[in-house]
Every structure is written in C-alpha cells, then in structure tokens.
Design a protein around this ligand. Sequence first.
Ligand SMILES: [Mg+2]
Length: 143
Amino acid sequence: MAISKVIKMIEIKHRCPPTIFSDIDGTIWKHEGDIRHSMKGTQRLLPGAFENFLKWHRQGFKIILTTGRPEFLREATERQLRELGIFYNQLVMDCGPGPRVLINDMEATSEDIKFKAKAQAVNLIRDHGMEDLEISYTQEKDL
Ligand SMILES: [Mg+2]
C-alpha cells in the first residue's frame, strides 16, 4: 500500500464531542523548516486541512493546536491561521520538536474498549495532508 493511501479512521462514541490536539507545520500546512518563512510567509495549506477543521468546528469539537514553534512566533502563527481560515479554540506554542504523548483516564469497567478509550492518536505523513483522515463522532445519550 502506498504511504499516501493509508486511511486514518477514528470512531468516537461519547456524550460529549471530542477534543482534537493537532500539530500545525507538516500537518495543516507545508512544513518549511525555515524560521524566516514561519514569521513572514503565507503558508501552503495541505489537502483536506481546511475542510476537516471546519467540519470538526461545526460538530462542536474542541480544537487545540500544538506546535513546536517558539512563543515569539505566536502573532505570526495566529495571522497565518486566520489567513487560511483554520478554526481552533486554543494555540499551545513551544511544545518542542520531539514526539507527543497524550495521557487520559478511562473507565476501567468498560467492556467496549474500542469506544471508551479516551486517548487516541493518528500519525499523518508530513506534508501529505489529511484528506483520508476521518474522525466519526456519535453522541451517546445519557441513560
Ligand atoms: Mg509538524
């Protein structure tokens, strides 16, 4: 299977919509690797990014952007996000260039682990976009 054809699918069933933690460079727009471009340039949006963020926003997902960009690039980053129309709730800067690990609790008694797991992850290939990423959310009703 070609690396760009890997389908990413996450299914969530919960009372509340999920919170997305998403990287920016190489995930939402093309990774440039040059800090001068990060400060001044207009970024090149990757396929599926705008559509997914809009969809998640409309579904009531919370969107937290996490980036290794240093804090002094906050204003430039906010401007670039605005220019490209990317919806988000919070922007967390200075996360470092290393791997990211999400930790959460889950109900230990749950029988349906697939839907109860509260920490899930997707690794996207840098600069390939997110057209094949699907996060399906079904609202669970309170009993
Ligand atoms: Mg990145």
